[in-house]
Design a protein around this ligand. Structure first.
Ligand SMILES: *Cc1c(COP(=O)(O)O)cnc(C)c1O
Length: 378
């Protein structure tokens, strides 16, 4: 069974956060207001002078969103958290908040495609980047440049779910005064706590497991209070990708069942992955805990076919009946997606097998999903 810290189960239920409760409501009220009146002009001026701490205008702080921010910060064991309109909103705010012209970003491992696209856009503003995949610590070190300001990693990486040496990379960054950030969406704050391993920033797309019901888009950035305050002024307020209070309420509702859902997704995904690993039509299963020795993993993994062709992968995906054909993942319903048509200019897809099929294991039960896969593969 997936090891989940008992303390995290309580945090997800927001036990011990009296501010979250009004009249014993199990969820905080949705503070559906754009502005918040003060008693006097002096009080308003004072609040505007410290907008990173005071509730003035909902493009800055909002009471419902703050409850979610405190909850995610607690799960990540981080000092502070800010929530965004999307995962990309959080990633954009981090990059805009910490980088300036002349800086270099080193991406480590397979990275979510739109993150790399955003990095390509930043080239127009004088920020350069490069990427190392499946790399040893030495390769990471030798890819650093004097102007490297940020190491940005994913572990498990997108699509192939390879692990990176998170603590080792954090130590390399610290020793050279380089900031480090990780996209922790796949592992969730329950299965990986990168800040306790020395990483400076942890990012989540709440649209996946944290929401868990495929009905809301959101993001979170967790890190040191001092940095989050700077990012608040330098990019959060200015880019305006803030989370709405209703979405924050949906994510708080989602978090209440996160530990139970992750335990189920993980167990069923491992069972399905083991079935696929034994299947003669399958060449390789990309699941980091397949051999039973790896760290616990969630419900997202991929596999490739013996007949390594894109058309064959599409045919198999089309034959699946219980897996929705959709982007994203982390909801109650299982989903399937194949690689897109190859674009050889894109380094992010060049490493992937042509027949790669990614599954998000939902809550239908492993037995039914295995039956469906067996039929589609034969
Ligand atoms: C979905 C996703 C994102 C982007 O999140 P959005 O909420 O869609 O903006 C970033 N990183 C990973 C790993 C994702 O899966």
């Amino acid at each position: 069974m997936t090891p989940i810290d008992p303390q995290d189960r309580l945090i997800c239920l927001r036990a011990g956060d009296p501010l979250a409760e009004t009249d014993g409501m199990v969820l905080p009220p949705i503070a559906q207001a754009s502005i918040f009146r003060k008693q006097s002009m002096e009080e308003l001026h004072e609040a505007l002078g410290r907008e990173e701490r005071s509730i003035v205008y909902s493009r800055g702080l909002n009471p419902t969103v703050q409850v979610l921010e405190r909850t995610i910060a607690a799960l990540e064991r981080g000092e502070a958290c800010r929530c965004f309109a999307s995962g990309m909103g959080a990633i954009g705010a981090l990059l805009f908040g910490v980088l300036k012209a002349g800086d270099h970003v080193l991406f480590v491992n397979d990275i979510y495609g739109p993150t790399l696209e955003l990095a390509r856009r930043l080239e127009d503003f004088g920020v350069s980047h490069s990427q190392v995949c499946g790399a040893s610590l030495e390769e990471v070190e030798s890819a650093l440049r004097p102007e490297t300001r940020l190491i940005y990693l994913e572990s498990p990486g997108s699509m192939l779910f390879q692990r990176a040496d998170v603590a080792g990379i954090a130590a390399v960054a610290k020793a050279r005064g380089i900031l480090s950030a990780i996209d922790n969406t796949v592992a969730t704050p329950l299965l990986q706590k990168p800040l306790t391993q020395g990483i400076d920033f942890s990012i989540h797309s709440c649209s996946k497991y944290i929401g868990g019901h495929s009905d809301a888009i959101g993001g979170a950035l967790v890190g040191p209070q001092e940095w989050l305050d700077r990012i608040f002024f330098d990019s959060y307020l200015l880019l305006g990708a803030r989370m709405a209070p209703f979405e924050a309420w949906l994510f708080l509702r989602g978090l209440m069942t996160l530990p139970a859902r992750i335990a189920r997704h993980s167990a069923d995904a491992l069972e399905v992955a083991r079935f696929l690993a034994r299947h003669p039509a399958v060449s390789r299963v990309h699941h980091p805990a397949l051999d039973g020795n790896g760290p616990a993993h969630t419900g997202l993994f991929s596999f490739a076919l013996q007949d390594d062709s894109f058309t064959r992968a599409v045919a198999v995906a089309n034959r699946l009946q219980l897996f929705g054909k959709a982007v994203s993942w982390g909801g109650a319903e299982s989903l399937v997606i194949t690689g897109h048509k190859r674009d050889p200019g894109r380094d992010s897809t060049a490493r992937l097998p042509a027949s790669l099929i990614r599954l998000s294991i939902g809550l239908e039960g492993a037995e039914a999903l295995i039956e469906d896969l067996d039929r589609a593969l034969s």
